[in-house]
Design a protein around this ligand. Structure first.
Ligand code: GDP
Length: 468
């Protein structure tokens, strides 16, 4: 990838193909000059920043390529902090291509993937985690992942990380100063204070690391399994949940027969409903083939909807089944959430839900009576699913890590800080402590881009589209 910042770059910033308009963007020292040499309405070099101009773009022979609207941004008040010109043309692929070719002949260079955002980063417009959020924002498919990306782009946890990093830098500097005094046995850096700081930072990082699971859940969809005995009404409930949502049905490659995944959207949160055919046979005998994968499906899920038939099921039977399935799948120990659906209420309308309550497992907060067949209380089930995700205390915390690169760096920073603590507690010499602090600083710096390598930038910006 080209990290040369002296060139003026050009690219189509709207999607390929026909459209009402297409926007071509240029950024760099010569951006205005290059466009001006093709634009004949007025002298763009003389116009003020943030202004819009209508005119014709002509090629070298004076042929009119298009009538366009040109917007002028001047450094540093632009997306890239460089001079930027956006040309809004008619959205014909032919015209757009002709205009771009003309800009190239006039001295611009074709932009690489993500190069506009790369420049924004290198010019200090945003930090690396914010730049990555731009890519997430473009790719976001639903309201909640969109919200996460926006939060991150506006700063997210970068400020937090930067502040903590600065405190660590100060300590590292003090410890390194001690080293300069060699034999003299001085201590500028208060070990007790440093220990407190490290613990405080670890606390913050741990929270961020923990939020990763949840962040991913929101981005990829909440894995939800519908479980229960045969004939409890699982498929009927699945259909009732999906019908109203016109679900997208997708088959997971490689598991053609027995796993179908469908997704539905509740108030902007995506739920992936995993329907395992195995569950059906698995119920009556826990030894049967298929039970393994059923349990593993339940074990992987964030939410289990456990359906039972109020006509057929006595409370004791329900408790026994639930304990058996949920503990065998480790859903109980893993802390996934359970929603119990007392189904077929139409057959047994006088059922008292309280009869099914069991301390610590089933109660008013997670039991819903329903009739999947008659679509009774389906809305309530959806509301409950939504609430389970939204009321997750981790989600209330404003900062959520969604990016696996950040997760990895946070994890490594945590390990280095562990080493610092062990060193402090073991009375290890300053040079080793300083080394571990530097290591932690390195990992934290990778998140915000205070430390970066060309390879890292290539892998991040290479995922962008051209023109962004
Ligand atoms: P699964 O084996 O758990 O997937 O159960 P199904 O969804 O296939 O349902 C088994 C039978 O129960 C079917 O005949 C359904 O029509 C019926 N059923 C499902 N939900 C209800 C309900 O709420 N009320 C009544 N009366 N029948 C239901």
């Amino acid at each position: 990838m080209n990290h040369n910042m002296t060139d003026t770059i050009v690219a189509l910033s709207t999607p390929q193909g026909q459209g009402a308009i297409g926007v071509i963007r240029l950024s760099g020292k010569q951006a205005i000059e290059i466009v001006n040499s093709t634009f004949f309405a007025k002298d763009l070099l003389a116009v003020p920043a943030n202004t819009v101009h209508f005119g014709k773009i002509r090629d070298e022979e004076g042929r009119v390529l298009d009538e366009c609207v040109v917007t002028i941004f001047k450094a540093p008040h632009s997306y890239t902090k460089e001079d930027v010109v956006e040309i809004s043309c008619h959205g014909s692929p032919y015209i757009l291509d002709q205009v771009i070719q003309l800009m190239l002949r006039k001295g611009a260079r074709m932009a690489d993937r993500g190069e506009f955002t790369l420049r924004a980063f290198l010019n200090g417009q945003m930090d690396l985690s914010q730049a990555e959020a731009v890519a997430d924002l473009i790719a976001s498919e639903n309201a909640s992942s969109h919200e996460l990306a926006i939060r991150q782009m506006r700063g997210g946890f970068s400020d937090q990380i930067s502040a903590l990093r600065q405190e660590l830098i100060d300590f590292a500097a003090l410890i390194e100063l001690e080293l300069d005094f060699g034999e003299e046995d001085v201590e500028f850096a208060d070990r007790g204070k440093l220990e407190n700081l490290v613990e405080e930072i670890q606390g913050v990082i741990k929270k961020l690391v923990d939020s990763f699971h949840l962040g991913n859940v929101i981005k990829k969809g909440v894995a939800t399994v519908i479980a229960g005995r045969p004939n409890a009404g699982k498929s009927t409930l699945l259909n009732a949940l999906l019908n109203e949502e016109r679900a997208i049905v997708s088959e997971i490659a490689g598991t053609t027969r027995d796993t179908i995944e469908e997704s539905m959207n509740i108030n902007g949160i995506k739920f992936r409903l995993v329907d395992t055919a195995g569950i059906r046979e698995a119920q009556d005998s826990i030894e049967k083939i298929g039970v393994e994968r059923t349990l593993s499906e339940i074990g992987k899920s964030t939410v289990v909807i456990y359906v039972f038939d109020v006509w057929q099921t006595k409370p004791e039977e329900l408790w026994e089944d639930v304990e058996r399935f949920l503990s065998a799948s480790r859903a109980l120990t893993k802390g996934s959430k359970q929603l119990f659906v007392a189904n077929k209420m139409d057959l047994n309308p006088y059922t008292k839900p309280e009869d099914y309550y069991k301390e610590g497992l089933i109660g008013a907060e997670n039991l819903i009576t329903a009739s999947a067949l008659n679509k009774m209380n389906i809305e309530a089930i959806k509301n409950e699913l939504y609430r389970i995700v939204i009321e997750n205390p981790d989600l209330m915390d404003q900062t959520i890590v969604t990016n696996s690169r950040h997760y990895d760096a946070l994890h490594k920073a945590l390990q280095s800080l562990d080493a610092v603590l062990v060193g402090l507690q073991g009375g290890i010499t300053g040079d080793f402590i300083a080394m571990d602090i530097r290591q932690a600083l390195h990992h934290l710096g990778l998140i915000t881009g205070e430390i970066h390598t060309d390879d890292l930038l290539d892998s991040i910006f290479g995922r962008f589209c051209i023109g962004k």
